[in-house]
Design a protein around this ligand. Sequence first.
Ligand code: 5RP
Length: 223
Amino acid sequence: MTQDELKALVGQAALQYVVPGEIVGVGTGSTVNKFIEALAGIKDSIPGAVSSSNASTQRLLALGIRVFDAGEVGELAVYIDGADEIDGRGYMVKGGGAALTREKIVAAQSRRFVCIADDSKRVEVLGRFPLPVEVIPMATQRIVRQFQAMGGTAKVRIKDGQPLVTDNGQHILDVTGLRIREPLAFETEVNQWPGVLTVGVFAHQKAAVCLLGTAAGVQTVSY
Ligand code: 5RP
């Protein structure tokens, strides 16, 4: 099975976690795009979605799924999103699509995070994928030095020859060379550095369930 087919498989499998009559939280990325396509098939059973990015909002609206602002609704039953890495405890690295801040906001508003991923995303220790960090540009150089002191190398993410600008008007640092053995402590520490908007470690908002696409089918892992 191709990676694309595995993504479609878990995107479809995630429908079983959508609660009829309830607004669903929707993440961002190529795996979530498959979920959004599947969600369109049952859109009449839900009032709509809260989206974690402009990109997902556009896709949802194009398929006739109503999009609510996070601030106009209460707690969500479920948030469905992909990951760049997931470890054996449900801790994740996210932000490859630069949507990490809004993803963390919608995840925090949801009772249950259901991660959908192909099995290439599974890791023993977080840190293989360059860690995305959304930063306020005036703090970038100091944050780069703080990661350097930890043994990491942080580079500003570039798009079309310019620093990528997120949906929140900020920049992304991608940090390599880290082995994140204590995700909860790491997330707490980096998130309080002045100028860090969000670090892409999702430990406080970890997955409750992961639907992993494997050659043998969908494997469901609960944490
Ligand atoms: C976007 C994300 C995505 O969930 C993550 O990058 C995985 O994306 P994909 O499903 O395309 O592999 O965190 O900010």
